[in-house]
Design a protein around this ligand. Structure first.
Ligand SMILES: [Zn+2]
Length: 401
């Protein structure tokens, strides 16, 4: 779809402003095991730059847009990769709420203007995980999600992938039994009725919406149930097999999605139960199968991290309760991330909007590393060799006593 003339004129006017925004733009240089290309192409960040390699026709969504700056009128327009993902997470408000904050409504309304190939939601779509909520109240929340979130996304004909969060369908167990049985039943019921609305090309869907895999535009996606700190052992075994499968390994890139992150990044989320148990083992599983990126929510704080060979996209909250990163003091804010994938180079670029100011988050304003209770995560443009002795010696400081 060609850009209309009005947008071209507008982009021309934005060009000077965009040059400064480029410095604010997250550029990553993630080499996969398949490529040794670790260089960052700054020109690829320039609006209207045409230096991006053309993807193979068979693998891209709308190849005519690749290398073109595309975004909502009046906002910084990132250069489109071969594939573009719009990543949202943690949409909910207070327990039982059937409304969404203005940032959520605004973000959903703007999604079509970024022209993504896929919308990914990192979970917490509704505000459950309260045993005092009735079946009718939970169903009312999913009805509100349907009306305010999924219906507009479907109307824009955007495929939608999700992972369940602790407020949707917590997998927390006591004595081997699920605690939030009703939440899980209602989540299953809602999504079984809307599976076809996702418009995903499922590879394995028997566990949908809790765990499943799909392929789109030569990227293999695996979704596991990380709605509590334990990914069930049988799902870990399934993931090992699914990621090793020909369908996964033949794809140019592999992406895994779960609500809880492997490593803690935000304040008041750095206690056990708020990040995945056995993070190192799970990361090694992802590394074994050359997974490029793990996308998570739950910590309500945007951070483009990397541990070992795996890029970690910690999606900020679009809804209630954004949080501050560990060992920082900056005020928290809602975010939405556009993730452009440059398949040939095995490279991704994040453009994350502060949804309060609508400005692009400057990655240099984020800490170079986050030292958490279960590991150290480096910002994606920082390598271990870049760390100063003081940074190497930085201790984990709990966010609360
Ligand atoms: Zn959560």
């Amino acid at each position: 779809m060609p850009l209309n003339r009005r947008r071209f004129v507008l982009l021309g006017g934005l060009f000077v402003g965009a040059a400064s925004a480029i410095a604010c733009k997250q550029s990553t240089s993630q080499a996969t095991a398949q490529t040794s290309d670790t260089t960052v192409s700054e020109t690829a960040s320039m609006p209207n730059a045409a230096s991006v390699d053309s993807p193979q026709d068979a693998i891209s969504g709308d190849t005519s847009l690749s290398g073109t700056a595309v975004g909502p009128d009046g906002l910084f327009a990132p250069v489109r990769g071969d594939i573009r993902l719009a990543v949202i997470s943690d949409l909910n408000s207070a327990y039982g709420a059937t409304d969404y904050r203005p940032e959520v409504i605004k973000g959903i309304g703007l999604l079509p203007d970024w022209q993504p190939d896929l919308v990914i939601c990192g979970g917490d779509m509704v505000a459950g995980q309260s045993l005092s909520l009735s079946e009718a109240e939970i169903e009312a929340m999913w009805a509100a999600f349907d009306e305010k979130i999924l219906t507009p996304i479907r109307a824009a004909q955007l495929p939608f992938a999700l992972t369940v969060g602790n407020h949707d369908a917590s997998s927390y167990q006591d004595s081997g039994e699920f605690i939030y049985v009703l939440d899980r039943q209602e989540t299953a019921q809602y999504w079984e009725g809307h599976q076809s609305d996702t418009d995903l090309q499922f590879v394995e869907a028997s566990g949908f919406p809790f765990y499943y895999s799909f392929s789109q535009n030569d990227i293999f996606y695996l979704v596991w149930d990380a709605s509590s700190a334990n990914v069930p052992a049988e799902q870990v075994a399934w993931a090992e097999k699914a990621l090793a499968s020909p369908a996964a390994q033949a794809a140019t890139m592999r992406v895994v999605l779960g609500h809880l992150p492997l490593y803690a990044v935000s304040q008041r989320r750095d206690r056990a139960g708020e990040y995945l148990n056995q993070a190192d083992e799970l990361r090694e599983l992802l590394e074994r199968h050359n997974v490029h990126t793990y996308i998570s929510g739950h910590h309500h704080a945007y951070f483009p991290g990397r541990v070992g060979q795996v890029n970690m996209l910690h999606t900020g909250a679009l809804g209630r309760g954004p949080k501050t990163l560990l060992a920082t003091t900056k005020a928290a804010f809602q975010t939405l991330t556009i993730l452009d994938v440059f398949l040939q180079a095995g490279r991704t670029e994040y453009t994350t909007y502060n949804m309060n100011t609508m400005e692009v988050v400057d990655p240099q304003s984020l800490p170079r590393q986050i030292v958490g209770p279960n590991g150290r995560e480096l910002r994606q443009d920082v390598t271990a060799a870049d760390l100063t002795p003081a940074e190497q010696a930085q201790p984990y400081v709990p966010s609360e006593a």
